[in-house]
Design a protein around this ligand. Structure first.
Ligand code: GSH
Length: 332
């Protein structure tokens, strides 16, 4: 496959959501050579380069380009593989002329009526079964979409739990670790691109420049007590919401079948979103990426308010961390 005709996946090894299509590709056994992988270094703010903004004006990864079509959100990636509606076919109806048999018209008439009634009943039953199947499929699709939308909610965004401190100790750790370095790298890029960017991206970049600077300042200067309280409140709220998502929608999704995955014994699209989010959320608790549930779950419980989780969560996590797609993509 020539590089021009290959699907192009813009991603970053440290990106949480880019793991959704990466897992889907690995689980489907799609040859990685058939994809052109383009790394957008988020820690250096490469996503704010106007050249990338022309491809995805939100400046986020994953971004998938196939031919002249672009997908800029992992929650819509599945559309890339959806097939077009089947074309309608015209049916030719043949008309037959019925014959008559001598003096038994009434009997023939009754038989014809019975046949017609039986055919009508069969047609009605088939239509009802088809409608029930369609309704079940629609309900399943709606539930999957709802779960995916909830997992992606800003209320427990894993990029926010990574960057927003919950207390003084957490602030100190973030100020001495990856979050501060990440914010600094972005700031450098934003300070460079915002003034010289084409008009269409200026407002977006200036807003990002301001927001990023506020958070960076929180770590590199000594904030006043009021700002600290405001940020910590936001950080705690994010973890509380993460706990609600795990104990609510994720547990429900995993308990629908025997498990360990949402749809049974093989991972499906909804799992790629759940595990991507869970892996980053667990890493954000401070444990080593890919730690077993005996280590990860108690820490996750503590961060999300202390209440227990249903055992399906630990089972789900331990199943995923052993999976090749999880390991090869270094989910964290
Ligand atoms: N809803 C989007 C979110 C994508 C997203 O926020 N990606 C992060 C990396 S995990 C990103 O590119 N952030 C760059 C930024 O916000 O500056 C999706 O699922 O694709």
């Amino acid at each position: 496959m020539s590089s021009d005709s290959k699907p192009k996946l813009y991603e970053f090894a440290g990106s949480c959501w880019a793991n959704v299509p990466k897992l889907a590709i690995a689980e489907a056994g799609y040859p990685t050579d058939d994809i052109e992988w383009v790394s957008i270094n988020l820690a250096e703010g490469a996503n704010f380069n106007p050249d990338f903004l022309k491809i995805n004006p939100q400046g986020t990864v994953p971004t998938l380009v196939i031919g002249d079509q672009t997908w800029t959100d992992s929650t819509r990636d599945h559309q890339a593989s959806s097939s077009p509606s089947p074309s309608l076919r015209t049916h030719q109806h043949k008309h037959y002329r019925g014959g008559e048999s001598g003096g038994r018209r009434d009997l023939v008439f009754i038989l014809i009526v019975i046949v017609i009634v039986v055919v009508i009943v069969i047609v009605i039953v088939v239509v009802i079964v088809i409608v029930i199947v369609i309704v079940i499929v629609i309900v399943i699709v709606i539930v999957i979409v709802i779960v995916i939308v909830i997992i992606h909610a800003a209320a427990h965004d894993p990029n926010a739990t990574l960057l927003i401190a919950t207390d003084d100790e957490d602030r100190k750790e973030k100020a001495n670790g990856l979050p501060k370095g990440f914010l600094e790298g972005r700031q450098k890029a934003l300070d460079k691109y915002a003034p010289e960017a084409p008009e269409e991206f200026k407002a977006f970049l200036q807003r990002k420049q301001q927001e990023n600077k506020q958070l960076l300042d929180f770590y590199v200067t000594e904030p006043d007590a009021q700002l600290k309280a405001k940020i910590y409140e936001k950080g705690q709220q994010l973890w509380k919401s993460a706990g609600i998502a795990i104990r609510g929608v994720i547990t429900q999704a995993l308990k629908k079948n025997e498990g360990p995955f949402a749809a049974g014994d093989t991972p499906s699209e909804v799992d790629f979103h759940i595990i991507t989010w869970l892996a980053r959320t667990i890493t954000n608790t401070g444990v080593e990426p890919g730690s077993p549930s005996s280590v990860a779950i108690p820490k996750l419980q503590q961060k999300t308010g202390g209440h227990g989780f249903d055992p399906v969560i630990a089972k789900y996590w331990d199943t995923w961390i052993e999976r090749e797609s999880f390991k090869s993509n270094k989910l964290h």
